[in-house]
Ligand binder design. Structure first.
Ligand code: PPS
Length: 279
């Protein structure tokens, strides 16, 4: 069973999940910088204490709401049920599928968006290495599937637009991977303010240092090295792969880029989310 099939099978318990007002949801389309945001948030909540942030792997500290293990033995929900609020929860669900209790409770949500070209490249390499994900097949067809919204968690376009349209109606902080890359001190400060944490500048700087790509790649509690090789084929690619803005230029042919741009302009014209493809 793929992750998507398991999600359908166990959907009722996700939909019925009871969030507490103190819970924080980190929402993203896959490969948008979820793990990075999670690490920043944990750094803020633990006031830059690296040891505390290394108490357990990412997926244990901040469960993945709609995910169930391939053998069905554990899931985001089973982990969350034995944790007391305040909990930090990861989701890739589009805004309309977020369990109602999050909105009823007025939970804070941090949404991170990443430009779709780097997102699809990252997703492609992830699907190459993730043995429980569908085989990605050749790149040109994979890119087409992304543009048609046929990859796991659906359309990137609907996802980023959905949260963008709701950001003022709900308690959503909308951030961008490219901004975080360009000015991490500024973005980490914004996140801390959203979480109502007053931190000295030196602590913000510590958190920025703890959450650079290279620091996280070396951190066994943040780099998914706890996932066995039977699930992550590290000979194909790595979870902490490049962590850059603009790697898409190494993957898109000139023709693919023209077609992508035209499709992008058309599909995003009703909701101009300020996405940047370079910094
Ligand atoms: S997942 O599986 O959806 O939760 O993946 P996600 O964490 O959203 O995205 C993985 C990509 O984010 C990159 N990454 C980072 N970039 C910059 N800085 C930091 N600290 C960082 N941590 C993770 C990771 O390398 C993946 O991107 P690519 O382009 O594949 O390298």
């Amino acid at each position: 069973m793929t992750a998507a099939e398991r999600m359908v099978k166990y959907w009722a318990r996700v939909e019925e999940f009871q969030a507490s007002n103190e819970d924080l949801l980190i929402a993203t389309y896959p490969k948008a910088g979820t793990t990075w945001t999670q690490e920043v948030v944990d750094g803020i909540l633990n006031e830059g204490d690296a040891e505390k942030c290394q108490r357990a792997p990412t997926q244990v500290r901040m469960p993945f709401l709609e995910m169930t293990a391939p053998d069905g033995s554990s899931s985001g929900i089973t982990k969350l049920e034995v944790m007391d609020p305040p909990r930090v929860i990861k989701t890739h669900l589009p805004v309309q599928l977020v369990p109602r209790s999050f909105w009823d409770a007025g939970c804070k949500v941090i949404y991170m968006a990443r430009n779709p070209k780097d997102t699809v490249v990252s997703y492609y390499h992830f699907d190459r290495m993730h043995l429980n994900q569908p085989e990605p097949g050749p790149w040109p067809q994979y890119l087409e599937k992304f543009m048609k919204g046929q990859l796991g968690w659906g359309s990137w376009y609907d996802h980023v637009k959905g949260y963008w349209k709701e950001r003022h109606n709900k308690n959503i902080l909308y951030i961008f991977y490219e901004d975080m890359k360009e000015d991490p001190v500024h973005e980490v400060t914004r996140i801390a303010q959203f979480l109502r944490r007053q931190l000295p500048k030196s602590t913000i700087e510590d958190i920025v240092q703890m959450t650079t790509f290279s620091a996280m790649r070396e951190n066994p509690m943040a780099n998914y090295s706890s996932i066995p090789d039977t699930i992550f084929d590290r000979t194909a690619s790595e979870f902490m792969r490049k962590g850059e803005v603009g790697d898409w230029k190494n993957h898109f042919s000139a023709e693919e880029d023209v077609a992508f741009e035209e499709h992008y302009r058309k599909i995003m014209s009703d909701c101009p989310v300020p996405i940047r493809f370079t910094i």
